[in-house]
Design a protein around this ligand. Sequence first.
Ligand code: 5GP
Ligand code: MN
Length: 341
Amino acid sequence: MNLSEKNIEALKELLEGKKRVVILSHTNPDGDALGSSIAWKMALQRLGHQVEAIVPNAYPYYLEWIPTIKDVIIYRNDEAGVAERAVAEADIIFSLDFHTLSRLDALGDIIDRNQRATRVLIDHHLNPAEEFDIMFSYPEASSTSYLIYCLIEQLWGAKSITREQAEALYAGMMTDTGNFSFSTLTPHLFRAVANLAETGIDIPQLYNNVYNSFTEGRARLFGYVINRKMKLLRKGTVAHLSLTEEEMRRFWFQQGDNEGFVNYPLTIKKMRLSAIFTEHHDFIRVSLRSRGRVDVNLFAQRYFNGGGHKNAAGGKSFVSMAETIKHFEKAVEEFAAEGLL
Ligand code: 5GP
Ligand code: MN
């Protein structure tokens, strides 16, 4: 993907000299959030910049293998105030893999206090907010890690990518494309992957690190949810799943254990929309997936105050599980009545 030359020039100018840089990514950081942040951090460090990568809360255990992930600051656990200082002193703040500062929760408040830093967005979500000075916003890109690859390729050439950077970038590309199976694939993405492979990364191992590293509890919870909690609507074209805190405790839940559950109903022929409702302490997280023209970004915006991509989106609900499900089922009927399903 060819990124805007005008933006590339602006970025080159911005990166002249030694700068204090902060790289931020979204709440509940996933493989793409962390992979893109870490690879970009490594690139900037090599130029001599002082860089901190910060995420609002903890990442799931199956991402712990990504090189240098332990150096990423988790804002919620940052009692020493390293993140707050880094943000306050930053010359440049990069926002990776999210489209509005509201996706940062409490971390968003401290960003607002630094009005001096140049704000750069590098992202692939729809509807980016106008709160950035330089915007690399490409909703057609399959991942932010792929955008970071393109950026590095255009700035310094693919040969500059190290094996550690390639592992981080591959983690993001693989997870955001469902291991290279979604509709966002392009020939250039595979050329990018070929260049990452040149660095010597072990692709089967990276796959195993993410997809074959779950807990026993996760496997049992998965069986339970599909067997007992999957409800089909509209002649088997819409499905929803739900998980209460009590159920999660029963299966020794660890953050990330529900990863991928929402995709499973879409393995059923004719399924067009799938949702999972996961209970948290003070809200219910809504996660949506769809096939083809069904636009869950629109669905999430309209009914759950959220957003994302056309075929993968999310939001929140602040009523009970029963009311959330009722609201969802009503929304589905409304959506269908408009011919959107
Ligand atoms: P997931 O279901 O994997 O948590 O999220 C799927 C997609 O929806 C991601 O691209 C994510 O950024 C977006 N998303 C998830 N939750 C929210 C939310 O609460 N608000 C917005 N705007 N986007 C969300
Ligand atoms: Mn992403």
